[in-house]
Ligand binder design. Structure first.
Ligand code: ADP
Length: 604
């Protein structure tokens, strides 16, 4: 049965009960009306007839007594006739209204007695001698007492009827009240049952929805009816079961994805550590646990500093979270040295990548540690070899140079032009090779960290003076304008004076090599923060953007451009500056010139 039908049925029932109460009240009101009507109809008229008959009899008795005197008696008799007429009329009405038992007999008796009186009276008038007032009065009295009995009979009946009517009205009131109360209680019970029937399933569905949203997919609503609410409960159960299945499928999917990710992470040889925003470890793979020696205790939740105590990694991660982007750091500085349990040093290169939801702030940073120990070892081997080779080449090259010089002196003025040219070329090449081996030796020493810097406080003014001394002549021959700008004569730095002089003279000699005739070279120094910046600017051909970081690597030269050197000069400069804790870079615009700048820690 439909819910709508149920609601309508209950409302109909309540209405029917209300109707029954109204009908019952009407029935009672009508029967009460009828009872009072009956009293009026049955008794009142008879009482009034009896009363009027008594009054008329009393009047006749008075007239009779008055006619006791013989003379003028006829006048009274005429009046008697009138009164008598009234009596007979009331008697007629009493006869017309015979309604209760015994009434008919009484009316008949009155008729009879009155007829007897009339006869006696008429006889008395005709036969005046036999006129007996007393007997006539007696007869009248008899009629009167019968009328009185009729009156009493009717009065008694009326009294009884009114008593009955009172009982009836009390009963009507009681029964109406009972009916109304029963109807009210029934209506209340019916409404309550209906409300319960409607609200209970809704409440159950509401409760089940709450449990469902809390993740209880086993929830079920009892289906107790086949109405709309029953259908709703059934549909809800189907939906919950479906959601449960989806949830299980998703969990299975997530678990299998996680297993896949875990397997991938476990099989990666590189160390991976995931940091969350409060710089604690959110995930770490077995390789990283091995590298950082955190096996045996859970790495997750560890603070960054406890994993990387002597490395810039944590401050870089912190900066990246603050700036919402990865901090940049040159590749060669992205190294981490770790000594393993057996005391062997290992070298790792670290790289960062970010975890970020679309349009959301960084949620994590992944640090990847790649083992470069072998590469470092190979590099060291290479440097050692280069160092050994350059060292071994130095002595034969020196003797070769000396031999060529001797040869040149011996043949001076005697050799043909061609012989002279050959000797000069050999001399230049040997010189070039000497420089190359020296540069290689220097560079490999620097790279392997075998060079001890001799730190001193060096005045920039003095350094600039030395450079000017070296290059003044070359500058003048090429008509190059040298300018020097020094903001403060007392400016000085902590460093190895010879090495820094080497760096600066390499930069100036490069500039001199590349500036055109009558070009300009500018040497300048400035104090910026805790550092000293020394720059060499020129108005030479400049350096293409793609070469600006590459030219600091070994043997790197700009393609298609003549170079007098080995391609090692800037690499050596970089190593020297790095050994001092500074950096070196170039700013350049092609065709307009270049500015090479390096930094050094200020002294004092
Ligand atoms: P090289 O011995 O070849 O000069 P460097 O390492 O000193 O080696 O320089 C590498 C390359 O950088 C040079 O070959 C040259 O092409 C370029 N270079 C260096 N300095 C300058 C400069 N002042 N102007 C233009 N190019 C330069």
């Amino acid at each position: 049965v439909k819910l709508k039908t149920k609601i309508l049925a209950v409302n109909g029932l309540v209405l029917m009960l209300l109707g029954a109460v109204v009908v019952w009240a009407l029935v009672n009101i009508i029967s009460l009306g009828q009872a009072s009507d009956a009293i009026l109809r049955e008794n009142y008229r008879s009482i009034s007839a009896a009363n009027n008959m008594i009054n008329s009899l009393d009047a006749q008795a008075v007239l009779l007594r008055a006619s006791g005197a013989k003379e003028g008696g006829s006048a009274f008799l005429i009046s008697m006739n009138e009164v008598e007429g009234a009596f007979l009329e009331w008697l007629g009405r009493a006869r017309d209204n015979i309604t209760i038992p015994g009434e008919a007999e009484l009316v008949d008796q009155i008729s009879r007695q009155f007829a007897e009186f009339r006869l006696e009276f008429k006889n008395s008038i005709r036969d005046e001698t036999a006129f007996s007032l007393d007997s006539l009065e007696l007869l009248l009295h008899e009629v009167r007492s019968t009328c009185r009995r009729l009156l009493v009979l009717n009065e008694n009946t009326m009294y009884e009827a009114s008593n009955q009517a009172r009982v009836l009205s009390r009963e009507a009131l009681t029964s109406t009240l009972i009916t109304a109360l029963t109807a009210l209680v029934s209506a209340l019970v019916l409404s309550f049952i209906l409300a319960e029937k409607v609200v209970k399933p809704i409440y159950q569905i509401g409760e089940a929805s709450r449990r469902l949203s809390d993740g209880d997919y086993s929830v079920k609503v009892p289906v107790t009816s086949r109405d709309e609410l029953g259908t709703l409960a059934g549909e809800f159960n189907r939906m919950a079961a479906q959601l449960g299945r989806f949830h299980e499928m998703n969990i299975e999917k997530i678990v299998s994805e996680k297993n896949k990710a875990d397997t991938i992470l476990a099989s990666i040889e590189d160390g991976l550590v995931v940091f969350d925003r409060d710089l604690s470890v959110a995930g770490i793979n077995p390789a990283a646990q091995m590298i950082l020696q955190t096996e045996g205790f859970p790495g997750e939740g560890l603070a960054c500093e406890s994993l990387f105590p002597h490395s810039p990694i944590c401050s870089l991660i912190r900066d990246s979270f603050l700036n919402e982007k990865l901090s940049e750091i040159p590749e060669e500085d992205r190294t981490l040295a770790v000594v393993d349990g057996e005391g062997n040093p290992h070298h790792y290169q670290f790289t960062f990548s970010v975890i970020r939801g679309r349009g959301k702030p960084l949620s994590g940073i992944v640090v990847m540690l790649r083992d470069i120990t072998r590469m470092k070892e190979l590099e060291n081997l290479k440097s050692e070899f280069v160092m050994a080779a350059s060292h071994e080449l130095r002595t034969p090259l020196t003797s070769l140079g000396m031999s060529i010089d001797l040869l040149r002196e011996q043949f001076l003025g005697k050799a043909s032009d061609m012989e002279q040219d050959l000797i000069d070329t050999a001399r230049e090449e040997i010189q070039h090779m000497k420089y190359l081996t020296e540069d290689l030796l220097e560079l490999s020493r620097l790279e392997s960290g075998r060079i001890e810097l001799e730190y001193d406080t060096v005045a920039v003014k003095q350094l600039f003076g030395v450079i000017e001394g070296i290059f003044r002549k070359q500058g003048e021959t090429r008509h190059v304008v040298f300018t020097m700008s020094l903001p403060d004569d007392d400016l000085s730095f902590r460093g190895d004076a010879n090495k820094i002089t080497w760096v600066l003279s390499n930069l100036v000699s490069n500039a001199l090599r590349y500036v055109p005739e009558q070009g300009a070279i500018d040497l300048s120094a400035a104090r910026i923060g805790y550092n000293l910046h020394i720059s060499v600017g020129d108005n030479g051909p400049g350096i293409p953007v793609e070469y600006q970081s590459r030219i600091f690597q070994k043997f790197s030269q700009i393609k298609g451009r003549k170079s007098g050197g080995s391609g090692l000069g800037l690499a050596i400069c970089k190593e020297i500056i790095r050994a001092h804790g500074g950096t070196i870079w170039v700013e350049s615009q092609q065709g307009k010139g270049s500015v090479f700048t390096f930094t050094l820690p200020l002294s004092g």
